[in-house]
Design a protein around this ligand. Structure first.
Ligand code: ZN
Length: 418
């Protein structure tokens, strides 16, 4: 398993000790190509290595490409692509071709395009935040689903999100063009990289130039991107949230995925608004009012339950027991607590309240009859559990009928009051 977030940089170092032949990265040199031919250089179970490949291996927060490979006498889906050292391994569904076989690969282009769209948006949005305030440095990214995330330092707030979105929209309107190049370490100073590269040796630098030719965004990156920034539009920030280590997670969507999501959500909002007979724009106001009405109705219901409970307690069948008066009240789950409260407020009383469900409680204003001791004794005969204090105890009987019988048995055993 790969962690959900990883560094936006994709170090690409030389590995002279590689056990397997290096793979030429056609996904870097031919970013617009969809098919290629190559030779199998190694196999390992259901994985094969090729001398060159268009399949982008998972890395830098970007998922791998998938697609198909065809060879003389066979073909297979490519389900996973991983890079180890300088070798790119392709996981196939079936039996792999032999070393030396010629293969033709075809990318799932829709998937690649989606990933490039997310990745392009990620660069541009990160740069927009950086331009709003250089404190908003990027710590990690994820582009594994349509909802991509940037984890930023510096705690950007709502106004910064708005500023970054406006800046990006204005810049995209003017035009941003991709340029990728391999830059020797000692020439890196010529590029305004958002963060220092974490690799030694030549670094792959990804630039987006504005219409005037100025570099607007520059990063060391090994991912795939779109030729024009506007191809990633719209870039939409869905939400921000504070996460651990003082970071702010910015969730965004790009391109057609963003449009589809916004269409879906707007459709849902419209359906809701129709149900409430208001235009979509007035939904928040309508929901606020409904919530206020709900709170008021809940308060009314609480008041009514209290009144009803007081009436039930007052009209209950009270009998005299040594030291005070006793009653057993049957009620509903909703009224259980209010009835217990009302009963518990009557001086010199001992009240048992039970609901049909078996929930029940004891309220005692007589110190010689501790509520929790009585309840525990009756539950011992009826199954269930419960507890509380001398004045108030609550529980749940497994067999409500047995609970009632236990209470009646206890009453019958009491000495007659003097
Ligand atoms: Zn990139």
């Amino acid at each position: 398993m790969t962690p959900p977030n990883s560094s936006p940089e994709n170090p690409d170092t030389e590995n002279p000790d590689a056990e397997y032949p290096a793979t030429e990265k056609l996904y870097w040199t031919q970013p617009q190509a969809r098919t290629f031919t190559a030779t199998v250089t190694a196999t390992r179970g259901r994985q094969i290595a090729l001398d060159r490949t268009l399949f982008y291996p998972e890395g830098g927060g970007q998922p791998c490409d998938t697609g198909t490979l065809v060879w003389d006498g066979g073909q297979s889906e490519v389900t996973d692509v991983q890079k180890e050292g300088e070798t790119v391994w392709h996981t196939l569904e079936g039996r792999p071709p032999n070393v030396g076989s010629q293969v033709t690969g075809t990318l799932d282009w829709a998937r690649r395009y989606r990933h490039s769209q997310r990745h392009t948006a990620e660069h541009l949005l990160a740069q927009a935040f950086f331009r709003v305030n250089p404190a908003f440095g990027i710590r990690s990214v994820s582009m594994r689903s349509g909802e991509c995330t940037l984890d930023l330092a510096g705690q950007p707030g709502a106004s910064h999100v708005l500023a970054a979105q406006h800046l990006l929209t204005d810049t995209l309107r003017e035009g941003l063009t991709l340029e990728t190049l391999m830059v020797p370490t000692d020439e890196l100073d010529a590029y305004p990289l958002r963060r220092p590269p974490q690799v030694s040796g030549p670094v792959r630098v990804v630039l987006f130039r504005s219409a005037s030719g100025d570099i607007w965004e520059a990063s060391a990156c090994g991912g795939t991107h779109l030729a024009q920034g506007v191809q990633a539009a719209p870039v939409v920030v869905l939400k921000t949230e504070r996460i651990k280590n003082e970071l702010t997670r910015v969730t965004f969507m790009a391109g057609e995925e963003a449009t589809e999501r916004l269409n879906t959500v707007y459709g849902q909002a419209q359906a809701l608004a129709r149900g409430f007979s208001v235009p979509v724009e007035r939904l928040p106001e309508r929901v606020d009012r409904l919530q206020a009405e709900l709170r008021s109705a809940q308060e009314d219901a609480t008041g009514l339950r209290r009144q009803l409970a007081a009436g039930l307690v007052a009209g209950a069948d009270w009998r005299t027991v040594p030291g005070g008066r006793f009653t057993l009240i049957e009620t509903t789950d909703e009224l259980l607590l209010p009835v217990l409260e009302a009963a518990g407020a009557r001086p010199g009383s001992l009240s048992v309240v039970v609901a049909v469900s078996g929930r029940g409680g004891v309220a005692s204003m007589l110190p010689e009859y501790p509520a929790q001791t009585l309840l525990r004794g009756w539950l011992a005969q009826a199954g269930g559990h419960g507890g509380g204090r001398p004045q108030l105890a609550r529980g749940q009987a497994e067999r409500p009928e047995d609970f009632r019988r236990a209470v009646e048995g206890w009453l019958d055993a009491l000495p007659l009051p003097e």
